[in-house]
Design a protein around this ligand. Structure first.
Ligand SMILES: [Zn+2]
Length: 205
C-alpha cells in the first residue's frame, strides 16, 4: 500500500498546537498512547521533507478520542485545529500570499475565495493531501480527497474535526475576528467519497 506524508514542518505544527491546547504532559500522554516516537523530547524539524506519515497524523486523532471520549475528543481536535492555523501562518504565511497589506484590503468575499484557493494549493503542492474546492448556494465546500486525519480509519461519524478548526480559525483571521459556521459533513472514514468541510460564507457574528 502506498504511504502518504506531510512535510515534517506540518507534523511539527500539529504537535506544537497540541502542546498549546493540552500542555506538554498532555501531548506526552497522547503520543505514548499512539505508540509514536517520543516527539515531546524533540519535535520534528521545520523542514519541507515529506517525512511525517498520514498514519501518524491519524493516530494522534484516534488517541485524542480515546483519552477525552468522542465528544471531548471532537472539541479538543477543533481547538488544536484552530491553534494549528496560528502556527501555520508563521511557517507558511508568506508562501500563502495572505499576509500583505494589499491582501488585507480586499473585500471579505474575495479574501475568502483567494485565501481558500491559496490554502488548498499549499496542501496540494507541499503535501500528499489532496484538496479541491466547490461552491454552491453561497456555501464553500473544502473537499479533501486524500486525507491525513482519517487515514485507513472507519467510523460512524465524521472524525476530521482538526480540519474544521483550522478553517474556522483561518476565516476568523481573514475576517478580522468573525465566527463562521464550519463543519465536516462527509468523511472518508464513514465511507463517503471524500472528507467534506462545509463553510458558511456568512459569519455568525
Ligand atoms: Zn478525513
Amino acid at each position: 500500500m502506498t504511504e502518504y506524508f506531510y512535510p515534517e514542518r506540518m507534523g511539527r505544527i500539529i504537535l506544537m498546537a497540541m502542546e498549546e491546547v493540552l500542555g506538554r504532559e498532555g501531548v506526552r500522554t497522547i503520543v505514548n498512547l499512539a505508540s509514536l516516537p517520543p516527539y515531546t523530547e524533540e519535535y520534528p524539524a521545520a523542514s519541507s521533507e515529506k517525512n511525517f506519515p498520514f498514519k501518524t497524523v491519524t493516530r494522534l486523532q484516534e488517541s485524542l478520542e480515546q483519552v477525552y471520549g468522542p465528544q471531548g475528543g471532537h472539541g479538543t481536535a477543533l481547538r488544536i485545529g484552530r491553534a494549528c492555523f496560528q502556527y501555520g501562518l508563521r511557517e507558511y504565511g508568506s508562501l500563502l500570499g495572505i499576509t500583505g497589506t494589499a491582501f488585507r484590503l480586499l473585500p471579505l468575499s474575495t479574501k475568502i475565495h483567494t485565501g481558500a484557493r491559496s490554502f488548498a494549493e499549499l496542501f496540494n503542492t507541499q503535501t500528499d493531501q489532496r484538496v479541491r474546492l466547490e461552491e454552491k448556494d453561497g456555501k464553500l465546500y473544502w473537499i479533501i480527497e486524500r486525507c491525513p486525519l482519517c487515514w485507513e480509519r472507519q467510523a460512524a461519524d465524521p472524525v476530521c474535526h482538526l480540519a474544521a478548526g483550522l478553517l474556522q480559525e483561518a476565516l476568523y483571521w481573514l475576517s478580522g475576528g468573525k465566527i463562521f459556521n464550519v463543519e465536516e459533513i462527509a468523511c472518508l472514514a464513514r465511507g463517503d467519497p471524500a472528507c467534506t468541510i462545509l463553510i458558511d460564507q456568512t459569519p455568525l457574528s
